[in-house]
Design a binder for this molecule. Structure first.
Ligand code: NAD
Length: 316
């Protein structure tokens, strides 16, 4: 169901997140304009955009005709005036505060209609983003996605101290209309929710390796075949409530004192970095990647997310 108040969505940037966002918005029939720094970046983004759509067609989630209709909703501009009437803008530029501030200044000059300026920043909080702003400090929020946002439904939203009432709710309603699953944080925290949870688990996984309890492969087997599949249909609070908090308290008492609480980056990471073993990009990390079929790997990464594809595609 489209949000009627939204006639035009602006996206700043042409990178990974920006282009995936454009698939999401055009796939829901929203007129979308992407700001590109130059022709080459616009062309590269258009190619990625078309590849994403080709993949959706290949997966039989839409027809070639439907993907062609969606593509008509996308325009590129190199002038912020091209999104002068945008109702909402997703800022998807590099994670550099000065660059983001320069972008907001352009939006303030050229986009008077914008009701929410949504930064997809991974780490910068809305108050930091607002510091570089003039008249639209009350419209900036963080809408943090997971990559790629046209496939991963979850977004975490966080307002700043000066964000006006209704801005977060408006952005949330737009994301819901885009078939996303947005949650609103009560206050900002580094890592929001998703990465706090993921890195708490990662810290413990590294601790298990460093303390000789198990190898990476066995830890990954545990994740894939024990509790992770459950959490695609119920949540953790569901699960432990269902099990009974009286049972849970005993496990907490036994385990919490034994779990990692290190504040340092574990040696399991720093030692590999000092050897030049950065993971897949150098051929070796925790695993040996040199003979891995990366197309098959990417297919496995995407597989669970196709289930979330339930878009009402535009018909004209
Ligand atoms: N990649 C991820 O996994 C991920 C996940 C969640 C959030 N994010 C966040 O998304 C944002 C973009 O990340 P990405 O991975 O898409 O990066 P990217 O490098 O793929 O794209 C960055 C884009 O910024 C554009 N840009 C640079 N300077 C600009 C300027 N002055 N004006 C306009 N555009 C400019 C570049 O042209 C490029 O299109 C970052 O804030 C990042 O933290 C990334």
């Amino acid at each position: 169901m489209k949000v009627n108040r939204v006639k035009h969505i602006g996206i700043i940037g042409t990178g990974m997140i920006a282009t995936s966002m454009a698939v999401l918005t055009t796939g829901h029939g929203y007129k979308t304009t992407m700001f590109a720094v130059n022709d080459d970046l616009a062309a590269a983004s258009k190619k990625t955009f078309e590849d994403f759509y080709a993949q959706l067609v290949e997966k039989k989630l839409m027809t070639a005709g439907q993907s062609e209709i969606c593509g008509k909703y996308l325009n590129y501009t190199q002038d912020y005036k091209g999104m002068a009437d945008a109702d909402i803008i997703f800022e998807c530029v590099v994670e550099v505060l000065d660059v983001k501030h320069a972008v907001y200044s352009e939006i303030e000059t050229n986009c008077p209609n914008v009701k929410a300026i949504c930064s997809v920043s991974s780490a910068l909080v809305a108050d930091k983003l607002a510091e570089g702003m003039g008249k639209y400090k009350d419209r900036i929020i963080v809408t943090h996605p997971f990559n790629p946002p046209h496939m991963v439904p979850y977004f975490e939203l966080a307002a700043g101290a000066e964000t006006a009432d209704g801005v977060v709710e408006f952005a949330k309603s737009v994301l819901e209309a885009l078939d996303r699953k947005p949650v609103v944080l009560k206050k900002s925290a580094p890592g929001f929710i998703g990465n706090r949870l993921q890195f708490a688990l990662w810290r413990e996984a590294l601790y298990i390796v460093e303390n000789g309890i198990a190898d990476p492969k066995d830890i990954d087997t545990c994740l894939m075949y024990s509790f992770c599949p459950r959490y695609t249909s119920i949540g953790m609070f569901d699960h432990f409530d269902n099990g009974g908090l009286d049972l849970n308290i005993n496990v907490c008492k036994t385990l919490f004192p034994d779990l990692s609480d290190t504040k340092e980056v574990p040696k399991a990471i720093t030692d590999r970095i000092s050897r030049g073993d950065l993971g897949q990009k150098t051929g070796v990390g925790f695993y040996d990647w040199r003979n891995v079929d990366m197309d098959a790997y990417r297919e496995k990464v995407s597989a669970p997310y196709w289930n979330f594809f339930n878009w009402e595609l535009p018909t004209e």
